[in-house]
Write a protein that binds this ligand. Structure first.
Ligand code: NAP
Length: 231
């Protein structure tokens, strides 16, 4: 059987590399009732040490790791691979209005984080972010003001990013699914009940995917399920 992570890795980042865009893996941890965050939005630790190490190995297997500003504000994540060996992925934050605080942990990341922002970013704020160690990538926005994800992934492909791990939160995961931009999903299921906020919301019926050729394995007390995203 070998190391289950090797089986996971064989399926995940290399798969789905489409012409001119990186492959996209969506990965998150949820409770048995499907919650990825507490109802109050307060930080919630769902992963066991074993699944946390798996997640960090998975991060190291991707070129880039992407989260939304909602996750930065709620959890202040480091987005490193400190629980595994390997290279830190390039952090990317979807942050249309550059609301990331100057003391956010991601600004201490060994690789300068990329802040994907709207097409008219505030100049003073841009300079502050750059002085704090970030890079600002200005992109088109959708009619609802959020960043155009197809334009983002195309730009990432142009700058040499071949794989992106999307870790959340709800709005970001839902947007990648709505735009049918996910190739694989890796979901850690913790044996707990939370009664909180779910990973996916407001998806039109025709954007509801399922996992093709799913596999699952226990990492400590958690169940990790992965597979190709199929619509
Ligand atoms: N359990 C897990 O694995 C896990 C992982 C990550 C996060 N979380 C949880 O998820 C929660 C945060 O989720 P969230 O939904 O509030 O925030 P989020 O998905 O992290 O960030 C959403 C924000 O990103 C910006 N954004 C820009 N372009 C976007 C686009 N095309 N699509 C979606 N968002 C875009 C928007 O803010 P602007 O308009 O200001 O740019 C949007 O409000 C936290 O409670 C966190 O703990 C859980």
């Amino acid at each position: 059987m070998g190391d289950p992570f090797d089986r996971l890795l064989a399926r995940v980042p290399a798969r789905g590399i489409k012409a001119r865009r990186p492959s996209i893996t969506i990965s998150y941890a949820q409770s048995l009732d499907g919650s990825i965050a507490s109802a109050s939005g307060k930080p919630l630790s769902l992963s066991s040490q074993e699944s946390l190490e798996m997640t960090h190995r998975l991060r190291a297997a991707h070129d880039a790791i992407l989260v939304g500003i909602g996750t930065v504000l709620a959890d202040n994540p480091q987005l490193t691979v400190r629980h595994a060996n390997g290279e830190h992925p390039q952090p990317i934050i979807l942050d249309t209005y550059l609301r990331t605080p100057n003391d956010a942990s991601v600004l201490e990341h060994p690789r300068p984080p990329i802040f994907a922002t709207g097409h008219t970013p505030n100049q003073a704020r841009t300079e502050e972010i750059e002085q704090a160690g970030g890079r600002v990538l200005s992109l088109q926005t959708r009619a609802d003001g959020l960043i155009e994800l197809p334009a983002l992934v195309e730009r990432l492909g142009q700058i040499g990013v071949t794989s992106v791990m999307v870790e959340g939160g709800t709005r970001v995961i839902s947007s990648f699914l709505r735009d049918q931009l996910a190739d694989c999903m890796v979901i850690t299921i913790s044996p707990s009940l939370v009664g909180g906020r779910h990973a996916v919301k407001d998806l039109p019926q025709d954007s509801m995917p399922r996992l093709g050729e799913p596999e699952w394995v226990a990492f400590g007390p958690d169940l990790v399920v992965w597979g190709d995203v199929e619509w």
